[in-house]
Design a protein around this ligand. Structure first.
Ligand code: 5GP
Ligand code: ZN
Length: 114
């Protein structure tokens, strides 16, 4: 737990969030400022600031996040139509909250990247 981290506070239940999925290690909840009909964030309960900080012995969390994305897509009805999974790492990539999170975005046609 990082004192000032908003996602740690959501994980602890100190700040409310619209939860989609909860496991022992992960939490998925709706993004407060959605860019598409489905916009869900998947976070580890443990505070890890960026993907760069995932230690190799904890790499299982990455697979768990992807499997959670699949489940979120099924639950929100975009598994077949399509969805995108994104992890922004550090400032140039647009990371604003420094608690590891994966975006799951879908429910409308998405622009090609790059
Ligand atoms: P980043 O830009 O760091 O990859 O994404 C951070 C995301 O967190 C943004 O899409 C933003 O809308 C979302 N966000 C920021 N604060 C909150 C919050 O308090 N609650 C929820 N549900 N989402 C948040
Ligand atoms: Zn945190």
């Amino acid at each position: 737990m990082s004192e000032e981290c908003i996602f740690c506070k959501i994980a602890k239940g100190d700040i409310p969030a619209d939860k989609i999925l909860e496991t022992e290690t992960l939490l998925a909840f709706k993004d407060v400022n959605p860019v598409a009909p489905t916009h869900v964030l998947i976070i580890p309960r443990e505070h890890i600031s960026t993907l760069n900080h995932v230690k190799s012995e904890k790499s299982g969390i990455a697979g768990e996040m992807l499997m959670a994305a699949k489940e979120v897509a099924q639950k929100t009805g975009v598994a077949e139509t399509g969805y995108r999974t994104i992890i922004n790492t550090n400032r140039q990539a647009g990371q604003e909250i420094f608690h590891l999170h994966m975006h799951v975005i879908g429910g409308r046609p998405l622009e090609k990247m790059g």
